[in-house]
Structure formats: C-alpha cells, structure tokens
Design a protein around this ligand. Sequence first.
Ligand SMILES: Nc1ncnc2c1ncn2[C@@H]1O[C@H](COP(=O)(O)OP(=O)(O)O)[C@@H](O)[C@H]1O
Ligand SMILES: [Mg+2]
Length: 261
Amino acid sequence: MKVGFYNIQGGTGKTTIAANFAYILSQSVKTILIDCDLYGGTISLVFGLEDIDHNLNTYLAGNSAIEDIIYNYEDLAIIPTGVTSDVFGYKTDIEKFIKLVEVLAEEYDVIVYDFPPNIPEGSLLLAYGSEENLVNKVIVVGEDSIPSIVNSLKTIDLLKDFGIGLTGILINKYRGLTDLSEISDDIIGVLSYDPNVERQWSESMPITKIKTKFSKELINITHDIANIYLEKDLASLRALKVVKTLSGITTEEELRKNEEL
Ligand SMILES: Nc1ncnc2c1ncn2[C@@H]1O[C@H](COP(=O)(O)OP(=O)(O)O)[C@@H](O)[C@H]1O
Ligand SMILES: [Mg+2]
C-alpha cells in the first residue's frame, strides 16, 4: 500500500498524521515514511533527525545513496528532507524519485508519503503517481473550519482530475466548530483538537507514543484504514495475518501485548 496525506492548504496536520500513521503501522508491518515536502519538510523534527547530512533533497540532487537517506525510529524507516535553507539549492530529479519508490516498494509493505501543500511539488508527485503507480490512496487532511473544508473539497476535485485513488477527508483539530453533516459522505474520520500534539516537536517523538485523546483516536483510525486497504494490497500470508491481528486491536498497549504473544 502506498498512501499519502495531502491538502492544498498548509497547517492542517498532514505531517502530524502521516508521521503517526506510519509509526503506528510500523509496529505491525514493514513501513517507510517519506517526507515529500522538499522545501518545507518537518518530518525530521518529529523523530529528532535535524542534524543529518543525507536526506531526500541530497538524494534527488544525486549527492546521496539510497542506504544513506533511510533512518530508523524503532521499527519505522524514515526518509526525511533537510531543515536548513540548503534545500533551496538542490535540483530535483523526479525520475530518481520514481526509481526510489520502485526500489522501496520491493522491501516495504507500506509506503507513507507526507505531501506538501499547494500545487507545484504536491501535484507533480501526485500527477506522476497516477501514471507510475507511485500512490494508491490519498487521504485529505482538513481542519474544523469552513475555509479548510472548502479547500479540502477543492483538493478532492483536484485529485479526481489526476485520477488518484482517494479515501476521503480526515477532519483534524476538531472542536465542534463546523457542521460536518453536509460533507459526511466525504469524511473518513475525525480527530480532536488536542494541545498535547504540540509536544511531539519539543520532545522529538511521535505523539502516539504516549496516551492522549488524539493518540487513541488516530490509533483506531489507522487500524481501520489498514484493515480496509492493506488486506487488498498485501498478498502475502504474513500480511494477512497482521491485518487479522490488527482487527481486534484498539490501543497501542494492546498492540504491544499482542506482539509479545
Ligand atoms: N489534532 C491536533 N490538535 C492540536 N494541534 C494539532 C493537531 N494536529 C496538528 N496540530 C498542530 O498543528 C500544527 C500544524 O501541523 P502539521 O502536522 O505540521 O500540519 P501540515 O503538515 O499540514 O502543515 C502543528 O503545530 C501541530 O502540532
Ligand atoms: Mg507538513
């Protein structure tokens, strides 16, 4: 399964959700997280990878080997982007990106993309995605506000034009401000506003590592999505077993217990 988080709007929680979705899945299936936000990427901040020399920017410029840009956080593999203004100086070879994904797809059960907002890079990767099988599903992350819902619906239309597989809108930072009933058909899940989420940046850890309201909700949603889409995409017996195991699990603690058995 190759799944990406996207919205033409920034700040909705794409990075937060992509990082944690990947972290949760990595506890059961071989998962790699790719920060595709080449100029504004922040995945490295979630996992304490700010001081590294090799990243997706240096790889796409031809300055790094694949094995040098893959980092590990527990069982999760991560390809981050740079966090300094150096990122503006690298050229981006899209063919190299396509080859990279081909190689990774051989080794990982799940590839999770954190896409940048706006059209240029986001749509470039997504546009190629439909042709090159780079992306199977895109989840649109929207906020609990009317402008954000308008942008989320716009994003859905854009993705449909590209012929990209869609799952729907994941409403994030929900505080009961907007009436979601009119767009309920497009919504696949709702995540609460939770001030604890901010701790992931200062403590350099995915927030789902600790118990919070947001963590509990995202763990449930991640498992639901995995149950629906992984089963279809993973043919191996091992994967099917994992999916079956996941169906009965609701908390990270239970997941751990399950792994120990
Ligand atoms: N559910 C949430 N509750 C509270 N704050 C959140 C939540 N989700 C994300 N945030 C915060 O919103 C900001 C933007 O999140 P981020 O994941 O960087 O969005 P994006 O990648 O879409 O730009 C960050 O400061 C993050 O900590
Ligand atoms: Mg982001």
